[in-house]
Design a protein around this ligand. Structure first.
Ligand SMILES: [Zn+2]
Length: 311
């Protein structure tokens, strides 16, 4: 009986029998047949199928969301991902530092340098920045007037070996080499790349939580003594602390303490009276899971770039 119904309907609509059977379920066939016979069954009314509308188009409308439309969306998402993934250009300096630019430096209103994992045993800067670079996440801020240069891993050997230092007898700690214009090739290259940016955000990791152990700078932000850096630090700490339950794990701001150790990048920036934020997430020796630390880095970067791009 069902086959006869479908055949009759296919003939009436001049549609191939198998196509009709393929794209329509039983309800749809019966519903349309009832319409042809001159009465609207409850299913037709409930499904709001318009009498005498083209049968195939009705069926296609029902099939599209589940199959063809989904495939189109998946295809578009894949194309967008591939385009974004391969549209980011990677630059490589003579001494092996990789960096990435977003935006046009000549026309940008504000330039920002983002650097992570200067110390190789503090991986979250590299992890967070590399993921954002890979996803071309910075593009949206480039279109809002920022030029962003990202150096996720200036110390690749240290990162690979989980060591704070770079392989150098005379100048192992990169963040003690920023005297003058840099006392070793790595610090000189970092300064050449981002030394004159309007803002630098320098992502490190402490070994403990500062509110629990004041000897550690973990879970602190140390802004330079300037309006923007302080405003960003306040906003970021407020956002970060919303997600931290333990009161001793909360972030605080260390005012006027970015440059307490000589020859750090903070002191270089202080000497130039330039804006800078030292980020110290609690992370050495995996004191917190990397996903927690990565999320904290994302929050800080997001707050900073939103603030600067909306000025
Ligand atoms: Zn560090």
């Amino acid at each position: 009986m069902h086959q006869e119904v479908v055949t009759a309907l296919a003939l009436h609509l001049e549609v191939d029998y198998w196509r009709l059977l393929h794209i329509c379920d039983d309800d749809c066939v019966l519903c349309r047949l009832q319409q042809l016979l001159g009465f609207a069954a409850p299913t037709c009314v409930r499904r709001n199928i318009v009498p005498h509308a083209d049968y195939v188009s009705i069926c296609i409308k029902r099939v599209m969301p589940a199959t063809v439309l989904t495939l189109y969306i998946v295809l578009i998402l894949i194309l967008v991902y591939v385009w974004k993934r391969y549209s980011v250009i990677e630059y490589l300096t003579a001494n092996g530092i990789r960096y990435y630019d977003f935006g046009d430096r000549r026309s940008a209103r504000i330039s920002v340098g983002l650097i992570g994992s200067v110390h190789g045993n503090e991986p979250v800067g590299h992890v967070a920045l590399s993921e954002l670079v890979r996803d071309a996440w910075f593009d949206k801020f480039a279109s809002r007037g920022l030029f962003i240069r990202v150096i996720p891993r200036p110390n690749p050997w240290g990162l690979k070996n989980g060591m704070r230092y770079q392989p150098s007898m005379m100048h192992p700690d990169i963040n003690r080499n920023f005297a003058g214009e840099g006392t070793d090739p790595t610090s000189r290259e970092i300064l050449r790349l981002i030394g004159d940016m309007d803002m630098i955000i320098d992502i490190h990791e402490g070994y403990d939580f500062h509110l629990l152990n004041p000897q550690s700078v973990g879970s602190t932000l140390s802004p330079s003594n300037s309006g923007d850096a302080i405003a960003i630090a306040k906003l970021a700490v407020s956002r970060l602390n919303q997600d931290i339950i333990d009161p001793f794990h909360k972030f605080i701001i260390l005012f006027d303490q970015a440059c307490v150790i000589p020859n750090t990048l903070a002191c270089y920036r202080k000497g130039k009276q330039a804006q800078y934020i030292l980020v110290e997430i609690s992370g050495q020796n995996d004191i917190q899971p990397i996903d927690v630390r990565k999320k904290q880095a994302f929050v800080i970067i997001d707050v900073a770039l939103n603030y600067l791009s909306s000025r």
